[in-house]
Design a protein around this ligand. Structure first.
Ligand SMILES: [Fe+2]
Ligand SMILES: [Fe+2]
Length: 224
């Protein structure tokens, strides 16, 4: 069981309440596993779905706040969220295909380890940006905080040719320019390319092989 304590408190109610709710959801999962009689097939579909929806909603709320408060590490943080969302989706995909492939104990270790680590190591870092009414909003803060980020975008360069691959695809004639523009965006990287990746996220078309690749995340020993 994971126990909520003040060391996880960020001081922003909407986020703390979500984190507490996620602790409860993981504990419910654990209880369901703990109280199943031996040999009984444990049905975890509802708990997994609930966790998956809660995780997505929580990440959306956090990301919205980060953007509103001009949090300088927004991109890195959102990428971590994306990795977790993919892992949770992969768990559901595998569970739906063959639930025996998911070890309930490792699943619990993965969720509780991830939750505690992400709050302590990542979420607590945005606390100062969210707390103060105007921190991160004043012009002087903006120039300090945002300049490196802007600079980063400004120096995005096309990838070197050895990292490029030629692709030939047939597309509807009227989409030709669209595909060319997307290709240029991908070559330059940066926020626009991230958005494009997000938009065509293969999440819902994830294959079983792709889902299994994520299992290293919850099969590993270093979840804690
Ligand atoms: Fe969080
Ligand atoms: Fe987060």
């Amino acid at each position: 069981m994971i126990k909520w304590s003040d060391k996880y408190r960020i001081g922003i109610d909407i986020i703390d309440n979500d984190h507490k709710g996620l602790f409860e959801a993981v504990n419910q999962l654990e209880e369901k596993v703990k109280f199943a009689s031996s040999g009984e097939k444990i049905e975890l579909w509802n708990e997994l779905n609930y966790l998956s929806i809660y995780v997505n909603e929580h990440f959306n709320r956090e990301e919205k706040l980060m953007q509103e408060h001009a949090y300088p590490q927004y991109r890195e943080h959102a990428l971590m969220h994306k990795k977790i969302k993919r892992a949770v989706f992969a768990i559901r995909k595998i569970y739906a295909t063959n639930s025996a492939l998911i070890d309930p104990q490792k699943l619990i270790a993965f969720f509780s380890g991830w939750l505690k680590n992400h709050i302590i190591n990542d979420d607590l870092s945005f606390e100062p940006y969210f707390r103060s009414e105007d921190y991160g909003r004043r012009k002087s803060d903006m120039s300090d905080l945002i300049a490196p980020e802007r600079l980063q975008l400004a120096v995005d360069k096309p990838l070197s040719t050895d990292k490029l691959a030629a692709v030939t695809v047939k597309v509807p004639a009227e989409s030709r320019q669209l595909i060319e523009r997307c290709a240029v965006m991908l070559c330059y990287g940066g926020a626009d390319a991230d958005k494009l990746f997000e938009f065509v996220d293969p999440l819902y078309g994830m294959t079983m092989d792709e889902a299994m690749e994520f299992s290293v995340l919850w099969e590993g020993e270093d979840n804690e």
